[in-house]
Design a protein around this ligand. Sequence first.
Ligand code: PLP
Length: 480
Amino acid sequence: MDSEQLREYGHKMVDFIADYYKSIENFPVLSQVQPGYLHELIPDSAPIHPDSIQHVFDDIQNQILPGVTHWQSPSFFAYYPANSSIAGFIGEMLSSGLSIVGFSWIASPAATELESIVLDWLAKMLKLPQEFLSSGQGGGVIQGTASEAVLVVLLAARDKFLGKFGKNALGKLVVYASDQTHSALQKACQIGGIHPENCRLLRTDSSTNYAISPAALSEAISTDVANGLIPFFLCATVGTTSSTAVDPLTDLAKITKSYGIWLHIDAAYAGSACICPEYRHYIDGVEEADSFNMNAHKWLLTNFDCSALWIKDRNALIQSLSTNPEFLKNKASQANLVVDYKDWQIPLGRRFRSLKLWMVLRLYGLENLQCYIRNHINLAKHFEDLVVQDSRFEMVTPRIFSLVCFRVLPSSKDEGLANKLNHELLNAVNSSGKAFMSHTVLSGKYVLRLAVGAPLTEERHVNLAWNVIQEKASTLLSTT
Ligand code: PLP
């Protein structure tokens, strides 16, 4: 590593990225390229001789950027946000600069210790129960994604139950969730060897705003027990991906407690809002949970990837995921004096991800982070007001956090036509390049989702998106 070359290239790259952010509003939010576009532009094999940095920058500008969907654009309203910030960015830079691989404490003590400390900080900001803190039997760990978080806790719960009922009981283990639960759970069940017929995705509808009904859960569990099956895992969601539904944690926890079922709470998106006292009640009941996850990379200004997972009994994870090969043995681990995060996750290697979260928490502070969340929720309220004021549109579910689920209505009450119209409206808005939204389907209705959450979004961007939506809707309605 030549430090002077790093300085030169690094400064150039920071300038490039700073200019990118300055001009980000000029790009179409959703990339407009066609599949395979890059094969036409980039050679089939790597160069034999070194290229110049200037040449590479030119190609980034001309070949890469056209194929980028601009997640950090203020007019990005699709899926859920994936936040970045200067604090998160410089944390990532430092992590990349130090380039350690912190699988065990000895491999880089600061990486392990900072992660435990910062996750304790975040747990306190969320007012998670004491048992999730590293001072007791539990603790926090940074996973890459919520999918990894749910997978590792499902494996821990599975192995705990197999320890009790014997390995042959695998085919009898039953998982519960709602039909709104993220598909990450289904993937975890596939990997964990849970029989596909033993994944109960309880039906939800508009009567509970797409949250799980405790009565339906109780009934499903009773039936399974009567049939000789073993209920072992409930994944409840606070802020579902489709519509931000919030499962009733306190009531669900009473049921899981009475059957000894592992309760996991997935608050990947909405967890961030719970740092504000006025939204914290959405995770009331977390005291009874065995594990809880939220993605700081979604809505807490921490650059991807940073999914925080807390567990009350860290030994359950360790028993499921630990290995102890000779080549990793060391005094601190053997003496059981330290946390070795390799035993809390699927891969061995791990990045120094806590740096970026540490930087975000330090450089913003709790009060600013709360203002940040509130601002997005207010912008979403503002958009909701605009929708409600236009009689051609309807809200499909009540807005809770910063996601608005709405649709345009055709003049006739034909559901097929309504779905087609909304699909076309989404395509028209997204291909304009002026805003990017996504969709879901709820009770057979094709629904438009506008999620406010990009750090640069201001009221004028929400208004612009609404103008585009209204304009495209007018054109479509005049032809249907
Ligand atoms: N859970 C919920 C509620 C989500 O909204 C998402 C993604 O949007 C996920 C899980 C999966 O997240 P990840 O991409 O971190 O695996």
